[in-house]
Write a protein that binds this ligand. Sequence first.
Ligand SMILES: Nc1nc2c(ncn2[C@@H]2O[C@H](COP(=O)(O)OP(=O)(O)OP(=O)(O)O)[C@@H](O)[C@H]2O)c(=O)[nH]1
Ligand SMILES: [Mg+2]
Length: 183
Amino acid sequence: MGQVVSAFYSWFNTDKEYKVLLIGLDNAGKTTTLYQLHLGQAIETQPTIGSNVETVKHKNVHFEVWDLGGQATLRPSWVTYFKATDALVLVVDSTDRARIGQVKDELWRVVGSEDLKGAFVLVFANKQDLEDCMSPADISSSLKLHDIKDHDWHIQACSAKEGTGLVEGFDWMVQRVKNRASK
Ligand SMILES: Nc1nc2c(ncn2[C@@H]2O[C@H](COP(=O)(O)OP(=O)(O)OP(=O)(O)O)[C@@H](O)[C@H]2O)c(=O)[nH]1
Ligand SMILES: [Mg+2]
């Protein structure tokens, strides 16, 4: 009986779960972003060793969101998460001018990966609540986002701490996945 119920349930439960990867340098705000999306509040974080994963439902679309550790020694392992990724989200600390060149190098190191073919690229210009932060336009030009030709990309100002801008970023992703699904 249990098997029948479960077969019946899976037949109706056709909702696809979209896989999203949060990448970016250490201290960018990836874990804060993940839990702001999942719990609706900022939590106190520790540097991530490995990864965290949570489900996020936005506008009736289910996302499986992976938050990857951003320390330099952990970045080479990002590639092991790439398969079947629907969207790559690059979280940037908009106050970290000194390392924006490193962010660009990391983005361009991964964006051509075969396993990310077809993935949407969303850039969160995070920490916009802090004074003297770079604007999305500054970040866009530093990262050379306009040179990305093989991915649909978008940059969104946000503050993961205050919970602003994240919904707008996910609105863009929902629109993209729905567009793709309707084709
Ligand atoms: N002011 C401000 N601080 C933020 C924001 N987002 C994150 N932070 C702070 O930045 C620090 C690092 O945040 P995390 O979310 O742990 O950063 P992470 O990208 O996960 O770092 P790793 O796990 O080391 O890769 C924490 O002290 C957060 O509270 C933001 O939007 N505004
Ligand atoms: Mg983290």
